[in-house]
Unconditional design. Sequence first.
Length: 210
Amino acid sequence: MSARVVVTGTDTDVGKTVFAAGLTSLLGASYWKPVQAGLGGETDSETVERLGGIPPSRILPEIWRLNTPASPHHAAAVDGVTIAPEKLAVPDGDGPLIIEGAGGVLVPLTRSTTFADVFARWKLPVVLCARTRLGTINHTLLSLEALRARSIPVLGVAFIGSAEPETESIIRELGRTRVLGRLPVLDPLTPTTLRQAFNDAFRIRDMLTS
């Protein structure tokens, strides 16, 4: 069966789009961002295509493209758009697929539905991206609890940032989760440096088995 993996985060701007680009490249996968909020610059799909070196044919179109860089429920209201969560069905297709959520686990898609609610309906395994800096322990443990409360399978936590062994250790122990690896901050961030760092930090088999 082709792998379908959801990439989500503990918060916005944790680096999950860069992680998704690396994972899409590592698995030779297609990429799908169902809801894009904010069209003022490079979209997440465009970032993944560029950094992952992904052919345009493997970048699936968004269902909703919202102008306002805000939570999807608010961005949709500003744009005069109605989001119907039931229309978010995982696309059919051959080969692995990486699906990226928006913001954190409990970001509202509408005033009554969060992304976690959609993930629960999909029943797909999730990779939780988390910063390594101060504050991440609380955010990560709460996110893991929210996922498990909805019986969403968690592949593990992928850290992004500088090495913080104690932080990674306590999250693994209290969160009862695997640490899949850590992607350092890359300067410069290019397709080549991302590919090398990802190959050094992560293993394909960890992304496919819970």
